[in-house]
Ligand binder design. Structure first.
Ligand code: HEM
Ligand code: HEM
Length: 176
């Protein structure tokens, strides 16, 4: 269940791959909106962007707590860049949906992800909650996407370079 110095454990792996799938879907919703705005595909996919985004915020909260519990006994970063990259992923995984959710609340509109009445809505709007999201949610979301592409490329590169440690087995495959 827990991580050790050679491998990530079941909980970390479940969070990593489960969230990777949700984030991939999240990017597909943005892709449909960018490439096929107002199409049936866009309508269908965009309806999931906010509820899934809210769910990702809850999951990243759990993931941060779990990472802190395992901090002293998880595989060490292969170099300072890998460490910085992972920290940047965590920061964006939190900040991007947090900005989206804050803007949603500040807009005064009701928000019921998966039928759960999270925000009941109110008259007017709270500018200081809306503006940061307007300014940064989209651009930081795209930055997260670029970082994920870089992350996958680096995992592949480490696997292919004989002089580098293969890090994939830490997150995938046998757990001894
Ligand atoms: C990890 C979670 C999330 C990711 C990766 C993400 C990513 C993105 C990206 C990349 C865009 C820009 C689309 C464009 O340029 O047209 C966007 C737009 C948007 N997102 Fe999210 N989002 C997330 C969570 C949320 C949440 C929780 C909400 C609200 C509850 C939300 C609401 C919106 C809205 C309303 C837009 C359209 C306005 C805009 O471009 O800022 N998102 N999202
Ligand atoms: C949205 C997609 C992804 C995000 C946000 C993400 C994020 C992260 C983070 C934050 C870590 C550090 C360990 C942790 O705290 O969980 C990590 C580790 C890792 N990820 Fe991903 N990941 C994603 C997708 C992928 C994919 C598709 C691959 C497949 C190539 C991959 C391969 C790995 C590997 C091999 C490690 C271990 C690296 C090491 O310990 O040096 N990740 N990932």
């Amino acid at each position: 269940m827990f991580d050790n110095r050679n491998r990530y454990g079941t909980v970390t792996r479940t969070l990593h791959w489960g969230m990777a799938l949700l984030i991939l879907w999240q990017f597909l919703t943005v892709g449909a909106r960018t490439l096929a705005e107002d199409s049936a595909l866009d309508d269908f996919m965009w309806a999931t962007h906010r509820p899934l985004g809210a769910m990702l915020l809850v999951l990243v909260g759990i993931r941060i707590v779990w990472a802190l519990i395992n901090l002293r006994h998880r595989p060490p970063a292969v170099n300072p860049f890998a460490k910085a990259g992972h920290i940047a992923l965590y920061v964006l995984l939190f900040v991007v949906p947090a900005l989206g959710l804050a803007r949603q609340y500040g807009s005064g509109r009701t928000f019921e992800p998966f039928g759960i009445p999270l925000f009941s809505g109110f008259e007017g709007r709270i500018d200081w909650l809306v503006e940061p999201g307007n300014l940064l949610h989209g651009s930081l979301g795209w930055t997260l996407m670029a970082l994920v592409v870089g992350h996958i490329a680096m995992a592949y590169w480490h696997r292919k370079q004989p002089a580098q440690p293969d890090v994939l087995p830490r997150m995938w495959g046998r757990k001894d």
